[in-house]
Design a binder for this molecule. Structure first.
Ligand code: PMP
Length: 290
């Protein structure tokens, strides 16, 4: 794989496009030491970034939740993203805006740091590979649990919240799985390491209430698509004991899109019509065919 710091193209940083290899920060950047960073992940389809303004708004909200409101407006972030996509000559791409505290101050206190913003875009195919879309993923059960809302700012898409995701994903991969299902601090089913989760049972969809993890933009989109198909969607607490009763299961995320699940730990799921149909609906919608 070509390393991410050694590519051609342009990255938008603090108001201007820079050559890709020159989009750097100093090692004494507060974000690097104390995780004072928030980010977004979106996708551009045929030249249009799907739900761009919702992503820009979530970035603003995440930064505000971490206590460093950004001096850019939602429209300015939208424009920066579109400018970066165009400058790189891409029409289908993954989009990664990131905001962070700078290097003006070191230590836990960060009152003097300045907020920064960058936008990078790159070509990125199916997050779990094409085969996963047909066969379904295998998920391990993570040892780490999503923190309680009183333990961390769980509504923010904050870099620090991904520490346990990377650890969980690595452990799953080492055991031959694609990803991990994380429970929350109560022991309820929460989400995967970078995507929300849905289950099908007796014709209805069940998905955990997002009270301590991201209420994903894709999650909300897919709930809308399911209801449009006449499928009942129930948001509720889901306990692991129920996993064996579900017939189909899938993940949703801007990167993961709609990805079927074949296994979670000892439980098996069918890659069936409901999952595949919603995957097609989502693909049609983001590509402007719906
Ligand atoms: N949960 C986590 C931990 C994620 O990283 C993501 C991807 N941003 C999601 C859920 C899904 O969010 P969205 O659909 O807005 O991309």
């Amino acid at each position: 794989m070509v390393p991410f710091d050694d590519r051609d193209g342009f990255i938008w940083m603090d108001g201007a496009l820079r050559p890709w290899r020159e989009a750097n920060v100093h090692i004494l950047t507060h974000a690097m030491h104390y995780a004072s960073a928030v980010f977004e992940g979106a996708r551009c389809y045929n030249g249009t970034v799907f739900k761009l303004s919702e992503h820009s708004q979530r970035l603003l909200d995440s930064a505000a939740l971490l206590g460093f409101p950004l001096p850019w407006s939602r429209d300015e972030i939208d424009a920066a993203v579109n400018e970066t996509v165009a400058a790189n000559g891409l029409s289908n791409a993954y989009v990664r805006p990131i905001a962070w505290r700078g290097s003006e101050q070191m230590g836990v206190s960060a009152q003097l740091t300045k907020p920064h913003l960058a936008v990078a875009v790159w070509e990125w195919g199916a997050y779990f590979g094409e085969e996963a879309l047909r066969k379904g993923l295998r998920l391990a059960i993570a040892k780490w649990r999503r923190p309680a809302p009183y333990t961390a700012p769980t509504k923010a898409k904050a870099a620090g919240l991904y520490m346990i995701c990377t650890m969980s994903k690595h452990e799953a991969e080492a055991a031959g799985y694609n990803d991990a299902l994380m429970f929350d601090w109560r022991g309820q089913v929460a989400e995967a390491t970078g995507a929300n989760i849905f289950f099908l049972k007796d014709g209805a969809l069940h998905t955990p209430t997002p009270d301590c993890f991201l209420d994903g933009i894709t999650r909300r989109t897919v709930i809308g698509l399911a209801r449009k198909r006449g499928i009942e969607v129930i948001e509720r607490a889901i306990w692991p004991e129920e996993l064996e009763s579900f017939e189909q299961a899938f993940l949703t995320g801007s990167a993961a899109e709609v990805t079927p699940l074949a296994e979670i730990g000892p439980w098996r799921f069918e890659v069936g019509q409901a999952v595949l149909g919603l995957g097609k609906d989502y693909s049609d919608l983001v590509n402007g065919r719906a």
